[in-house]
Write a protein that binds this ligand. Structure first.
Ligand code: HXC
Length: 274
């Protein structure tokens, strides 16, 4: 195992043969995604994509408690609509790298994968989850919407009705339910979780890299990764437009003040409301 990290919020390690593990390392904030993490992820993924020695990428979070507890609410809370759109775009750039780079990407989810954490996991080719994994898209409880691709990718993975139920309610699901609905490919014991995830990555890394890359490209085309850009742009704009609203300020303010939010935003009342 070779450690080659020059990042402040990530660790990168190479496991033979050709498996690069990228670990988000902000345990004090349960690995929440701020601008620095997203910029560093962008850099680390580009470098993995260009490195001919890397055949498979594994994304995980430091510590047993959390993969990623979402985008950093404290950093987002006072953003203007334009700043929020730029932030969402930064996350989309990372998601597109995970989804579209020719090399397989695996999310190894330990503990919380909430909001942007669930969205980053879904951007990977598949998710393996530890028994203690918990998934949710809790954004509507913060007065915002999923903004790193969740409105598209969750529906694509689990079907539109299940995705609506999860996104509208924000309810948390455990690893077992996540596997039942098709969000998670495999659930693995918590003990020795990363080593088992790496065994799966190693199995893939021993196969023909061009053949695996061609499978990824075709399967992405069949599952509507084509046209991804336009659809995700709509999410970025909708995400940004909610910033500065009464409900966004209340939702994120309540998180910062460690209390429950109280929402008063007016429900749209026309079928064409946008
Ligand atoms: C910033 C976060 C954070 C987050 C946790 N922390 N999640 N900081 N952003 N998303 C911080 C807490 O403030 C706290 O810091 C420390 O991590 C430990 O968290 P606790 O709440 O004390 O831990 P616990 O009681 O175990 O609860 C864990 C938790 C809870 C259930 C995960 O932290 C939580 O609900 N977090 C928010 C989850 C969420 O709503 N995620 C979605 C975000 S919106 P201190 O300094 O107090 O110790 C999103 C949008 C994506 O992701 C799209 C963007 C474009």
């Amino acid at each position: 195992m070779k450690e080659n990290s020059t990042f402040s919020t990530l660790k990168t390690e190479d496991h033979m043969p050709g498996v690069r593990v990228i670990t988000i390392s902000r345990p004090q904030a349960l690995n929440a995604l701020n601008t620095t993490v997203l910029s560093e992820l962008n850099h680390a993924l580009r470098s993995a994509a260009e490195d001919s020695g890397v055949r498979v990428v594994v994304l995980t979070g430091e510590g047993p408690k959390s993969f990623i507890a979402g985008a950093d609410i404290l950093e987002m809370k006072d953003k203007s609509p334009q700043e929020a759109m730029r932030f969402a775009q930064l996350g989309h750039d990372v998601g597109k790298l995970l989804e579209l780079m020719p090399k397989p990407t695996i999310a190894a989810v330990n503990g919380f994968a909430l909001g942007g954490g669930c969205e980053m996991a879904m951007a990977c080719d598949f998710i393996v989850a530890a028994e203690n994994a918990v998934f949710a898209q809790p954004e509507v409880g913060l007065g915002i919407i999923p903004g790193f691709g969740g409105t598209l990718r969750l529906a694509r993975l689990v079907g539109i009705a299940r995705a609506k139920e999860l996104i509208f309610s924000g309810r948390r699901i455990q690893a077992g339910e996540a596997r039942e609905i098709g969000l998670v490919a495999r659930v693995l014991p918590q003990e020795g979780f990363l080593a088992q995830a790496l065994e799966i990555a190693t199995l893939i890394s021993k196969n023909s890299a061009p053949a695996v890359a061609k499978c990824k490209q075709l399967m992405n085309e069949f599952s509507e990764s084509v046209g991804l850009n336009g659809k995700l742009d709509a999410e970025v704009h909708a995400f940004g437009r909610l910033f500065g609203s009464q409900d966004q300020r209340e939702g994120m303010g309540a998180f910062a003040e460690k209390r429950k939010p109280s929402f008063w935003g007016i429900a749209p009342n026309s079928a064409s409301a946008g």
